[in-house]
Design a protein around this ligand. Structure first.
Ligand SMILES: [Zn+2]
Length: 120
């Protein structure tokens, strides 16, 4: 039979074939670390989303604005992340980070909007 090893400390395991850890302590340590990694991943994504949202808000103090892509990029906007997409009946796709969004226009221009205008 193949020897298996504790997923946390690497010690050889004895006993049941479905055992993954040598002790409760190793099991707890392992799961706590996974949990911490998942949390730090979520924190990183949330930070990007909030930063995006704040950049849009700063460039759009009156609820509507038109900006060039370069302006967004120069502020550190990350186009890979958004929270939701709103598609109008006419087929325009607004991309949102929470309540702040944009509609891509021609020639790298973006029309910035505040979501309130589009809810119910
Ligand atoms: Zn162990």
């Amino acid at each position: 039979m193949e020897t298996r090893y504790c997923l946390e400390c690497g010690e050889p395991l004895h006993g049941r074939a479905d055992k993954k850890f040598c002790s409760d302590q190793c099991r707890t340590t392992y799961h706590n670390r996974l949990h911490a990694e998942a949390n730090s991943y979520l924190r990183r994504i949330n930070a990007i989303l909030k930063k995006n949202r704040n950049i849009l808000a700063a460039l759009n103090p009156h609820g509507k604005a038109k900006v060039h892509k370069e302006t967004l990029l120069s502020k550190g906007y990350n186009f890979n992340y958004h929270t939701n997409v709103y598609e109008t009946r006419t087929g325009n796709r607004y991309i949102f980070c929470y309540d702040m969004g944009y509609l891509p226009l021609k020639e790298d221009m973006y029309f910035l909007v505040h979501r309130q205008e589009y809810i119910g």
